[in-house]
Design a binder for this molecule. Structure first.
Ligand code: C2O
Ligand code: CU
Length: 489
């Protein structure tokens, strides 16, 4: 395509010399946006709603010409949207039909570590895994993706990812846009690099220090997508599902939209903006207003962040992408609204802090260490409030993700956090040399032997070892050791 050819030549083996990508005005928006199916479940005798998911390799018609070799979950690419309600007991029967060991991690979910689907819950080829837990957190847009030790970037890039929407009664009562696929859309946004045969493998520099960067965009696996808008308000659940690339979302006419939810759910009061930057793994919910007959292009704009020079180019900071076109019909239904108050504010209190920890990101290390599957870095106490200070100490691009909990941002470089960080978060950009202070509380699921992960969600960095492990301990419990049999199912 016209869009691809200009930039693809620059995608060499070394990401550091990659030129900025510019697809503004180059995309023809010829494909209807695919909306992932809603996963079906059956209720077992114990009242658990059980979803069955199969992971397999396949091929997908993404661009004209040859099909692309892809991986998917109950689909040739990506996976169905899972929907569950707060308070519900849910379970999964997952089959790994790949020739490789993988796992499925529930990103943003509060759940027992043994159900978390991280590198200690891997499935061998042909294996099955049966996690189950009770959903116990507010309505939010979470997601799921593989997390096998050292291969997360590749597995996500090949197509394994899906949305996981949690519902609750409070949110249902708000009259927000909520008709799935009509005025409530998941947008899984991913950059890809295609070779002349429409394949991802050959031209994707899986091995560069910065990771995999593409010069074309897929949304829900759709290339060059458009969506027909039939309602005045549309809620977009934006997920940066890339392995490396940050996106700075906005519309081509700079229209304002309302920001309503962070990673962990609705914020207290919506606010109006025309840009929202998400690093890999982060989500945001926005509500966009359309006029009859409107056309607007969702784009990613170059980012004004402190990373400089070649490092900025290596992470695509200066790239600009056309992402998806929205075409409003001549009459629009208008029966939803964004109320001025959405959800309670995060309620952790800095005066309750018992334990403080520091996390320094530099090189491929956190606090000078790389991931070791058998090393548990620390234990947190059940129900203690902790203050974590996380700093990116070099001129490189990182973010920070913690499993099991949603955290509250106290400050960025000593100042109040920006508005889009004022709700519950599980993944956060680490601006260079600006410490971020987070409040966390671990309220359930003590287990001295099975760790949760914390890591950089630039997936190449995670795979390179920018990750550590912690356990949740009851009063009087000591850190245990990871049992051998926890490594594989
Ligand atoms: Cu989205 Cu530890 O991962
Ligand atoms: Cu990183």
């Amino acid at each position: 395509s016209a869009a691809g050819s200009a930039a693809i030549a620059s995608l060499g083996a070394c990401g550091r010399h990659r030129a900025a990508v510019n697809t503004f005005g180059e995309i023809d928006f010829s494909n209807e946006l695919s909306i992932p199916a809603l996963a079906q479940a059956r209720t077992d005798n114990g009242g658990t709603r059980v979803f069955t998911l199969g992971i397999s390799a396949g091929e997908t018609q993404i661009k004209p010409g040859k099909k692309t070799q892809t991986w998917g979950i109950d689909s040739s690419i990506l996976g169905p949207t899972i929907r569950a309600r707060r308070g519900e007991q849910i379970g999964f029967l997952i089959h790994n039909g790949l020739d490789e060991t993988t796992s499925i991690h529930w990103h943003g979910m509060h759940l027992p570590a043994v159900m978390d689907g991280g590198p200690h819950q891997e499935m061998h080829p042909g294996a099955e895994w049966y996690p189950q837990w009770t959903v116990d957190q507010p309505a939010a847009s979470l997601w799921y993706h593989p997390h096998p030790h050292g291969h997360t970037a590749e597995h996500v890039y090949r197509g394994l990812a899906g949305m996981f929407i949690i519902d609750d009664d409070e949110t249902d009562a708000l009259n927000l846009p909520s008709e799935y696929g009509v005025d409530d859309l998941p947008l899984i946004v991913q950059d890809k690099a295609f070779d002349e045969d429409n394949q991802w493998d050959a031209s994707s520099p899986m091995g560069t220090p910065s990771g995999i960067l593409g010069d074309e965009i897929l949304v829900n696996g759709t290339h060059s997508p458009y969506f027909d808008v039939t309602t005045r308000l549309v809620r977009l659940r934006l997920l940066n599902g890339s392995t490396t690339h940050p996106f700075n979302f906005g519309f081509d006419d700079d229209r304002d939209f309302q920001f309503i939810a962070t990673d962990g759910g609705l914020i207290n009061e919506p606010f109006t903006t025309n840009r929202i930057m998400l690093t890999p793994g982060e989500r945001a919910e926005i509500v966009v207003a359309f006029e009859p007959g409107d056309e607007a292009i969702l784009r990613s704009y170059p980012m004004d962040i402190s990373i400089r020079g070649n490092e900025a180019r290596a992470f695509g900071i200066d790239d600009q992408f056309d992402i998806c076109q929205f075409r409003a019909t001549s009459e629009l239904a208008d029966d939803t609204e964004v109320p001025s108050t959405l959800a309670p504010e995060p309620n952790l209190d800095i005066d309750d802090v018992i334990t403080r920890r520091n996390f320094q990101f530099s090189g491929t290390h956190i606090n000078g260490k790389r991931m070791d599957m058998e090393r548990i870095d620390f234990g947190v106490r059940l129900d203690n409030t902790e203050l974590w200070t996380v700093e990116n100490e070099h001129n490189n691009f990182h973010n920070f993700h913690v499993h099991d909990v949603q955290f509250q941002v106290v400050s960025l470089d000593g100042n109040d956090p920006p508005a889009h960080w004022k709700g519950w978060k599980d993944t956060i950009h680490l601006p260079n040399f600006e410490p971020v202070e987070l409040l966390l509380r671990f309220t359930d699921y003590a287990d001295p032997n099975i760790p949760y992960m914390f890591h950089c969600h630039v997936l190449r960095h995670e795979d390179d070892g920018m990750m550590g492990q912690f356990v949740v301990l009851e009063e009087g419990q000591e850190i245990g050791s990871v049992p051998d049999n926890a490594f594989h199912e």
